[in-house]
Ligand binder design. Sequence first.
Ligand code: TZP
Ligand code: MG
Length: 211
Amino acid sequence: MKHFDLSLYLVLDPVLCGGIGMAETARQAVAGGATMVQLRDKHAGTAALIETGKALQPILKPSGALLIINDDVEAAVALAADGVHIGQEDMDARTARRLIGPEMILGLSVETEELAAAIDPEITDYAGIGPVFATPTKPGHKPAIGLAGLARLVSVCPVPSVAIGGLDAQHVAAVLKAGADGLAVVSAICGRPDPFASASALRRAIAEARR
Ligand code: TZP
Ligand code: MG
């Protein structure tokens, strides 16, 4: 049984992280309680992802936060990352699983009930469900599903799930009530004046919602 904690899942964006960069943002976020960190850089090639991933690994290691690589299975394997996350437009989950082997965590984005229900738990370890709300962070994203949509997708999803899209500390209670295991955020942490404080506020809201 794989062990991973989806409760506070940071998705890094190289542009939004701006001046302080992805490594420093990740350092502050895990200090504040982020449990997973996804390296998502749509414009980086495999070599650049590997380089950034290598910089992130020693930063995450002491906290126990896991490193997930977006899209690039080759980079994830080269890094021996904790996992890889793919979308519906990337390679199919079965192929990804074959390439990464049985141990690595595989996450899959799903935007509809049909896609959530179709997840094979023998292949995919967790689902990214959303976008819950419209967000400028991902131009051209699929229609927002709202909190009611989130609850519907979670209810048919056979694996743990993390909600994404326009989420911040104010949404923590509702997202967990909808049944998701956690929140994935970009702009709620990346590019904030104090990423440590932002992550800590999310962490506190999660603790509060679980009481
Ligand atoms: N996938 C669906 S929405 C999204 C991704 C990568 C972006 C979420 O960014 P933010 O800033 O947390 O709304
Ligand atoms: Mg993708």
